[in-house]
Design a binder for this molecule. Structure first.
Ligand code: ZN
Length: 140
């Protein structure tokens, strides 16, 4: 019996967003139809120069694609991300969003180069409070 799913969701491991991302996945009809990778910084791992981290994430994409025939990858990033705070000292939310958007664009290129048939969607979760109780989720 074959088992396939339409999508792969790659999101940051941040515990503050677990409920919000689950709600968003439900709304997008991704629950039970998507593989899920939870990794600090999400797609940052594809573009920040750490080859080991990059290969770990590419391997997950390859498995989702070859084993479950996923067709679309969602890269889910968020504001006040600890994985970015380690590397950068952003003066504002806009500055952080700009840097993460650039990284997401680069990550799409990295994925497309290796998996040209995969559709890639960039998702931004903006936290409206420190705990992630209220968020705005948009596609970039
Ligand atoms: Zn994060």
């Amino acid at each position: 019996m074959s088992h396939t799913c339409k999508s792969l969701v790659i999101h940051c491991m941040d515990f503050r967003l677990v409920d919000q991302i689950r709600d968003w996945m439900t709304k997008e009809k991704l629950m039970k139809d998507a593989d899920v990778v939870s990794l600090a910084g999400a797609a940052k791992n594809l573009v920040d120069g750490n080859e080991e981290a990059k290969n770990v994430l590419l391997k997950q994409i390859e498995i989702s694609s070859s084993l479950h025939n996923c067709l679309k990858v969602y890269l889910v990033h968020h504001s006040t991300c600890g994985a970015y705070a380690v590397s950068y000292n952003f003066a504002s939310l806009e500055e952080e969003k700009k840097k993460q958007s650039e990284d997401l664009d680069k990550a799409v290129e990295v994925i497309k180069e290796k998996f040209p048939n995969l559709e890639v969607s960039k998702i931004w979760v903006e936290m409206k409070d420190g705990e992630g109780k209220e968020v705005e989720i948009i596609e970039l």
